[in-house]
Design a binder for this molecule. Structure first.
Ligand code: MD3
Ligand code: FE
Length: 215
């Protein structure tokens, strides 16, 4: 039997995680292939790269961006930059499909009038991980971050407002969207090392989009 949605999250479901955080399982399953086509187009203009942290470590996750600004890191620090430091050009525009999905997901989670200016695109292959961190380079501290998972599943780590708070684990699968805003905006979070696998849409990779209201 052909599985149109490539995962178990049909029909889409909505699950509150904590005050300000909502899990929308399967929210973008129907658009996953089109999203991946857009991502391939973006990556032709702004190729995925492994950024270096201020501490001098090369990140295992490969990144690129679209939107008015992109998130970048180098030895001098983290920042949002309107120019891609690799190509010296502006980042590709946010595709209308991206904007539409991010706005609809935010509204569904109780954040109307969402107006993101940036989308960070993370690509994980087996072993790639993201250590526990907060996202706090954005000026708007109430607007949500909207996260979209595509391809291989990953174990998402989700803690509290202090690094030492206990962390929960949750499997994020292709098509899942999580909205983190308001009181949930500054929770520590990360991604456990990706397990090797093969996905019909992305092959050996997981791709995550995070929409951000930067200004
Ligand atoms: C909770 N990305 O790019 S998405 C990141 O799967 C990032 O690639 C992860 O953390 C990934 O910064 C996790 C879920 C997520 C993203 C941002 C958040 C959860 C968040 C910001 C605040 C609270
Ligand atoms: Fe993050």
């Amino acid at each position: 039997m052909h599985d149109l949605f490539e995962n178990q999250s049909f029909p889409p479901s909505k699950e509150p995680l904590e005050e300000g955080a909502v899990l929308l399982r399967g929210f973008v399953s129907a658009e996953a292939a089109r999203l991946l086509e857009e991502i391939a187009r973006i990556a032709e203009a702004a190729p995925f790269r492994h950024l270096v942290t201020p501490g001098g470590h090369t990140m295992s996750v490969a990144m690129t961006n679209c939107g008015r600004v992109g998130w970048v890191s180098d030895r001098s620090g983290y920042r949002y930059d309107p120019i891609d430091p690799d190509t010296k050009k502006h980042w590709p525009d946010l595709p209308p499909l991206f904007l539409d999905l991010a706005i609809r997901a935010a509204a569904e989670a109780g954040f109307p009038n969402y107006d993101p200016d940036a989308c960070l695109i993370n690509r994980y292959v087996a072993g790639a991980k993201l250590g526990l961190h907060q996202d706090r380079d954005e000026k708007d501290t109430w607007a949500p971050i909207v996260s979209v998972s595509l391809g291989l599943p990953a174990t998402f780590l989700w803690g509290g407002k202090r690094r030492s708070d206990p962390t929960r684990r949750m499997l994020l699968e292709s098509g899942d969207v999580v909205v983190w805003g308001g009181p949930a905006r500054f929770v520590y979070h990360g991604v456990a090392p990706l397990k090797a696998g093969e996905h019909a849409l992305t092959g050996a990779a997981r791709i995550n989009l995070t929409f951000r209201k930067v200004f």
